[in-house]
Design a protein around this ligand. Structure first.
Ligand SMILES: Nc1ncnc2c1ncn2[C@@H]1O[C@H](COP(=O)(O)OP(=O)(O)OP(=O)(O)O)[C@@H](O)[C@H]1O
Ligand SMILES: CC(C)(CO)[C@@H](O)C(=O)NCCC(=O)O
Length: 306
């Protein structure tokens, strides 16, 4: 384990030995559930990386509850549930939502009595019509393209155990789905995944991360992330060609090379500058940085010391 200024740098091999025997192995049904999330998820990653991580999250969860109970006692009020919020940050296409969905399955499996919910901050992007009005269509994903106040109010409601409604974004229509919402009601654990979750607000007094009890940054070399972005674009095209309502339908019907050139330009002109200017600078705010290699396997982890 390498001792950096404020992180422990831990190799895959070393991490995989942490608390391995204390975490129950997954059942066939749970493994099936993981495979149905994404059949390319490595089961070695699940047992070597994610099971020790679930153990670590359990430790943080217990401390969080104890602290809340102690504070309630101090204030002379009734102890009450305060949801544990786990933030997951990183570049577009680095695998945040896959990591988030995997953690949801694993946390639900290990704590069957706990309610684990998941949202993505994509739903708090302004709809395309608003982005067009604000001339922000080429800035989708940049800080100014999100309604941060709405996101902060949403998380504040969740923390206060009030039912909270999140708008829904669809990659298929490349826009917010009109009139569709996801309601989060009194979870024990809420996973909040998005490129902007560790960013500083431009106008608000508080950060989204002020509500986090633990945060993870998913990291990888940019050359890999760009490839994953283009691979995912290829998969989107494969499903789009049967569906005229799909945003990518015209690209799926047209010249394939031109479609990929368009996707590459979007990466180079939008997602790459966003990564460098606004997402990467938030990395060192995370409690845990997980570093993925070229095949999505996790090579090393950096755990914040204090
Ligand atoms: N552990 C993994 N194993 C194999 N493939 C993965 C893994 N994680 C992600 N991928 C693949 O990489 C691509 C990007 O993943 P994902 O959609 O989870 O990224 P994201 O960071 O949530 O992206 P966005 O910010 O655009 O929503 C997808 O094609 C996904 O299937
Ligand atoms: C929705 C976001 C911002 C984040 O997931 C991203 O996937 C996106 O659509 N970025 C805009 C540029 C692009 O189309 O990739």
């Amino acid at each position: 384990m390498e001792n950096q200024i404020n992180y422990y740098k831990i190799s895959r091999k070393e991490w995989s030995g942490f608390y391995k025997d204390q975490v129950a192995p997954l059942t066939e049904a749970e493994l099936e559930k993981i495979k149905s999330l994404n059949d390319r998820i490595s089961l070695a990653d699940v047992s070597d990386i994610y099971l020790p991580l679930v153990h670590l999250l359990h430790l943080f969860f217990k401390t969080h509850q104890q602290q809340q109970d102690d504070q309630a006692k101090f204030l002379g009020i009734r102890p009450h549930k305060v949801p544990f919020i786990l933030g997951i940050a990183g570049s577009v296409a680095v695998g945040k939502s896959t990591t988030a969905r995997l953690l949801k399955v694993l946390l639900s499996a290990h704590f069957p009595a706990k309610k684990v919910d998941l949202i993505t901050t994509d739903g708090f992007l302004y709809p395309n019509a608003t982005l067009k009005k604000k001339r922000l269509m080429k800035r989708k994903g940049f800080p100014e393209s999100y309604d941060m106040e709405r996101l902060i109010n949403f998380i504040n409601d969740v923390k206060n155990n009030l039912p909270a409604k999140a708008p829904v974004y669809s990659h298929k229509i490349y826009d917010i789905v009109p009139g569709e919402y996801e309601t989060i009601a009194s979870p024990d654990i809420l996973i909040v995944e998005g490129i902007n979750v560790l960013q500083l607000p431009s106008k608000q007094q508080i950060y989204v991360s002020d509500f986090f009890d633990f945060s993870i940054y998913v990291d990888a070399k940019e050359e890999h992330i760009k490839r994953w972005y283009l691979e995912r674009f290829g998969m989107l095209l494969d499903t789009a060609f049967k569906d005229p309502t799909n945003y990518y339908y015209p690209y799926a019907l047209g010249d394939c090379a031109k479609a990929f050139a368009m996707a590459e330009a979007v990466w180079d002109e939008i997602d790459h500058p966003n990564l460098h200017d606004y997402i990467l600078p938030t990395k060192k705010r995370a409690d845990l940085i997980i570093v993925k290699g070229k095949d999505h396997l996790i090579d090393e982890l950096l755990l914040r010391k204090y």
